[in-house]
Ligand binder design. Structure first.
Ligand code: MG
Ligand code: ZN
Length: 220
């Protein structure tokens, strides 16, 4: 093995150990946790704004928002209110790792929290390799992207349990084909649960919200 590969293996196994500690901490408190992963601009922050606003009075939510620079997204989410928000500015790193999340969790008030969202850094490549201790990865893709993304970035579509297709209000304005993207995704991962929605006009949002309700009821 080259030295680079040996070093990468060491980093990942250390990450897995810390991720397991995060998972134990979250599960002990009965917190369901979702790790949101997408390219930049797919609408993770907007989806979270809509979700926090809609479920604010029903579910106690917390959120860790990662960004390479600036805590702009975390500030946007703080303004929505109703959730405990913790920003992570990675200062260059293009993904969150379990150590960053452990540090954020240690600084957060978690008592009573039922649902934790982790907004990963906008990137479809390395976030797929880093277990953060979440219950499941959720991959977002929007209709302004290529419908071949599941084929180009198979690792994240294989590891995610859920895929959200956002911006369906823009369908028809590009070559993006709904059937093709779903076929491509199911080729990689036949078990993916798929939601299609528009954060802009609200279409499909209720199905996603209802799924979150059921997810947190099951745990508590
Ligand atoms: Mg964002
Ligand atoms: Zn990275």
């Amino acid at each position: 093995m080259t030295e680079k590969i040996i070093l990468e293996k060491k980093v990942l196994s250390e990450n897995d150990r810390l991720a397991m500690e995060n998972r134990q901490l979250l599960q002990a408190q009965g917190i369901v946790s979702l790790n949101l992963i997408s390219s930049p601009g797919s609408g993770k922050t907007t989806l979270l704004e809509k979700t926090l606003t809609a479920l604010n009075h029903e579910i106690r939510m917390a959120l860790i928002a990662g960004d390479v620079q600036t805590d702009n997204d975390a500030q946007r989410l703080l303004r929505v209110g109703g959730a405990r928000v913790r920003p992570i500015v990675t200062g260059g790193a293009c993904h969150l790792d379990a150590r960053m999340v452990a540090k954020a969790l240690a600084e957060m008030e978690l008592s009573g929290v039922q649902l934790l969202f982790i907004e990963n850094v906008g990137n479809l490549v390395c976030p797929s390799s880093y277990d953060l201790g979440e219950d499941m990865k959720v991959v977002l893709i929007s209709t302004t992207e290529g419908d071949d993304k599941p084929l180009k970035y198979p690792a994240i579509f294989r590891r995610a349990r859920v895929m959200i297709i956002n911006k369906i209000d823009l369908l028809g304005t590009s070559d993006f084909d709904m059937h093709r993207v779903i076929d491509n995704a199911r080729t990689i991962n036949p078990d993916l649960r798929i939601f299609s929605l528009s954060c802009r006009n609200g279409e499909g949002l209720q199905t996603w919200l209802q799924w979150l309700r059921e997810l947190t009821i099951k745990r508590s």
